[in-house]
Design a protein around this ligand. Structure first.
Ligand code: DAH
Length: 370
């Protein structure tokens, strides 16, 4: 009885095991089946454990059959394992397929803001002339912005209408009034107070004025300040420096030189960019001048942009002895020149930008053109 039962049991186990193996749809499921039938507590093992209860003459026979069943199941499992792993691999390959014929995703490249580009261009020219770049704070003290620059207490720029004040306790100017610098000239004072001559620096940066925005006015704008103090500096040095600067910036001297070097043109044409100095007044320079360049649009004949052929691009002059004394320099020993230019204005002239507000509108259609 036990004998028969056991044989039948074994037969059932084989049949059911085969079916389970066949039905296993993943390697995981197949492993579960293996454990269920052949594992330590599996169905075949349980049968083998009852072997001892059989009469000795049948033990051998049942044991042989049980071993056969195990071998058959093992073979089936291996075969199914092979099948399943092939299928799973094929599926993975399909899932991971990359369609190399699909169009790629365009990455959008940024570009420097035109104002930053022009500042870099101006800076490069002066670095080429031996100048260093200096910086100062945009939130400044009255002392550096006005007083040390020889600007009198009743100067209109000091009025509440013209300057953004952050701390101002009385109508009378005080050295420690805090304001947004109205020009980059205070950097001159900070540099001179921190070092002895010779000084050759430019200071690019933002400046602020209480102007109502219109096509030529913006409450925030950029300037590049320049300062040279040394023994024997003359007005001729100022003129020569600015002439060289304007030749390089507006005469596109560098590009032309590069073209010649690369063999695109035989010889750089003569750069006839000229400047014109008109007498002017600034509190911190004496004498002072406003500097014009020949119109870069019409070359000096006169057009809609310039009117009479000339464009005003900067203010300049010889550093006032009062300023030198204020920073502790000896005006008998050293002299200097200074200049300041508006970056927006220069960018507008160079690129034909009609409205200063376009620089801060953040309209990509405008910004990405440059
Ligand atoms: N700070 C002047 C302004 O904002 C520009 C200027 C004029 C700067 C003459 C200078 C200078 O250094 O010498 O209008």
């Amino acid at each position: 009885m036990i004998n028969m039962l056991s044989r039948e049991d074994l037969q059932n186990i084989l049949e059911e095991g085969k079916t389970a193996i066949e039905r296993a749809s993943s390697l995981r499921e197949l492993d579960q089946v293996r454990i269920e039938y052949l594992g330590k507590k599996g169905r075949l093992t349980s049968v083998l454990k009852t072997l001892g209860q059989l009469p000795p003459e049948e033990r051998k026979e049942v044991g042989r059959v049980a071993n056969e069943v195990r071998q058959k199941l093992e073979v089936d499992i291996l075969a199914r394992q092979d099948e399943l792993s092939r299928a799973e691999k094929a599926e993975r390959l399909i899932a991971e397929t990359v369609d190399i014929t699909l169009p790629g995703r365009q990455s959008v490249f940024g570009n420097r803001h035109l104002i930053a580009q022009v500042i870099n261009e101006i800076t490069d020219i002066f670095i080429g002339l031996g100048y260093k770049v200096a910086e100062g704070p945009e939130v400044e003290l009255d002392y550096y912005n006005f007083k040390a620059l020889n600007t009198p207490a009743d100067h209109p720029a000091r009025s509440l209408q013209d300057t953004f004040y952050i701390k101002k306790e009385s109508v009378q100017p005080a050295d420690d009034d805090i304001l947004l610098r109205t020009h980059t000239s205070p950097v001159q004072i900070r540099v001179m107070k921190s070092q002895q001559p010779p000084v050759y620096i430019i200071a690019p940066g933002r400046a602020y004025r209480r102007d109502v925005p219109d096509p030529t006015h913006s409450p925030m704008f950029h300037q590049v300040e320049g300062l040279a103090v040394d023994e024997g500096i003359t007005f001729g040095d100022l003129k020569g420096t600015l002439e060289e600067f304007t030749k390089q910036l507006f005469g596109r001297e560098r590009q032309v030189r590069m073209l010649a070097r690369e063999g695109f043109i035989e010889q750089p044409p003569e750069n006839d960019q000229r400047i014109r100095l008109r007498p002017h007044f600034f509190p911190f320079t004496e004498p002072s001048a406003e500097v014009d360049v020949r119109c870069i649009a019409c070359g000096g004949v006169g057009c809609r942009i310039c009117g009479g052929g000339w464009l005003e691009i900067l203010g300049a002059g010889m550093v006032d002895p009062n300023v030198l004394i204020e920073v502790g320099y000896d005006p008998e020993r050293v002299s200097g020149f200074a200049f300041g230019m508006g970056v927006e204005r220069i960018a507008m002239l160079m690129y034909g930008v009609p409205d200063i507000r376009m620089f801060v509108d953040n309209d990509m259609r405008f910004i990405s053109q440059f």
